[in-house]
Write a protein that binds this ligand. Structure first.
Ligand code: SR1
Ligand code: MG
Length: 396
């Protein structure tokens, strides 16, 4: 009799506990509790805790389809490998900002990692009034260090292209190309538009100057392999406390334009700021300016210290790169804002606003800003101007 090769099986809470014990992450006789806590669009996440020892682990498992859509949309299990490889790669540059990985299994599409339950998901925390004073300092440093280190400027093009092959991620990129860059800009069946806002969505779908700029941004996303991106750096992909920040979920990692990760962070922070009453907004608007300022400082230092490009010290070249990264980031922030209002995957902090008038105002303001960021991205020179645009929109 030949032994069959192991093949993929979805974990249950019981088999997740068995796996944790097989891996000797707990003793064989430990009393363990397991809950499936995944509330994202794609995967299952099991938290296993040993209450007596006050410790736990996370087992994340990719499903062979898009969880939020169902088995009708198959999706590569290789994203689990991409995610754990990206976390390992980021850990080389910013170990303080990623969870520790204990084990990975490509067949079962499993990543076993540090339990971060002493922290909260930033989108959730921002919605309940937290401000995370160090968030943008940490994320600015995370972005500058990971993006610079994997760019042509740190690695040289040959080594960079070899790393890019490891992060060839076409199926997950296709999700972003469709659900961020395309469907929300058309009257697509996967969109989720509040009926009263349909006239605003229809204006977007008919706005030729917006569609032209949105098309250019999509093409930039597809073709500009500048650095290894996280690929989905919204505030649901970040755990934090007042002191600590951890970036999770880089299953969308691939070689793309540096401004994309920055734009997603800015867009989702801006949406949380819009969702707040005026008196709680400034702490979040600070994160929009500070993330860019920290990114620029850190990226510029790395540029001066570790650049392998012959043209690196040519006057104006760093400034040219930063200007183009910022313009991309503003445009990508606009695309992300539009998709969080009209696309399939909304921003939970905005959806949680119970009062209709307030929620609809937030969405109208967000849509106006999203359009402006896409169309006028080249006119924005600093994050303070993004904040100013928000303030103008909310004050009418
Ligand atoms: C169909 S999946 C939609 C979104 O979920 C993920 O979290 C990504 O943000 C993706 O765009
Ligand atoms: Mg995710």
């Amino acid at each position: 009799m030949t032994r069959s090769e192991p093949s993929y099986e979805a974990l249950t809470e019981t088999t997740a506990i068995a796996l944790a014990k097989t891996l000797e992450l707990f003793s064989a006789d430990a009393d363990l509790i397991c809950h499936e806590i995944g509330d994202g669009n794609l995967n299952m996440v099991f938290r296993i805790t040993e209450p007596a020892a006050k410790r736990g682990i996370i087992i994340k498992q990719a499903l062979p389809y898009v969880r939020v859509i169902g088995e009708g949309w198959p999706l590569t299990l290789n994203r689990a490998v991409i995610e754990s490889e990206a976390l390992r790669h980021f850990a080389k540059h910013v170990p303080q900002y990623v969870p520790e990985i204990y084990y990975t299994d490509p067949t079962y599409a499993i990543t076993v990692m540090e339990d971060l339950s002493h922290l909260t998901i930033v989108r959730t925390g921002l919605a309940s009034g937290s401000t995370y004073p160090l968030l943008s300092t940490h994320i600015g440093e995370f972005l500058a260090k990971t993006l610079f280190a994997t760019s042509d400027f740190a690695m040289g093009p040959q080594e960079k292209r070899e790393l890019a092959l490891q992060f060839h991620n076409p199926e997950l990129c296709k999700i972003t190309e469709n659900f961020v860059f395309t469907y929300p800009l058309f009257d697509h069946e996967t969109n989720d538009v509040e009926p009263i806002l349909r006239p605003i969505a229809e204006q977007i779908w008919g706005d030729q100057s917006l569609l032209l700029e949105a098309a250019k941004l999509k093409q930039t996303f597809i073709t500009h392999a500048e650095a290894l991106l996280h690929g989905d750096l919204h505030t649901g992909s970040i755990f934090a406390s007042d002191e600590e920040t951890k970036v999770i979920d880089p299953e969308f990692a691939f070689y793309g334009p540096i401004g994309f990760d920055i734009g997603l962070f800015i867009a989702n922070t801006l949406l949380s700021a819009l969702a707040r009453e005026e008196d709680g907004r400034d702490a979040l608007l600070f994160h929009i300016t500070n993330v860019w300022d920290v990114f620029v400082d850190t990226f510029s230092t790395l540029w001066q210290q570790n650049n392998v490009e012959d043209f690196a010290s040519i006057e104006g070249y760093l400034e040219y790169q930063l200007q183009h990264i910022f313009e991309d980031a503003v445009g990508f922030a606009g695309s992300e804002i539009i998709r969080r209002i009209f696309g399939l995957a909304h921003a939970r902090d905005i959806e949680a606003i119970i009062e209709d008038a307030h929620r609809l105002t937030v969405k109208r303001n967000a849509a106006a800003l999203g359009r402006d960021f896409i169309v006028n991205r080249s006119l924005y020179q600093s994050p303070a101007q993004l904040v100013q645009a928000l303030q103008q929109v909310v004050t009418g």
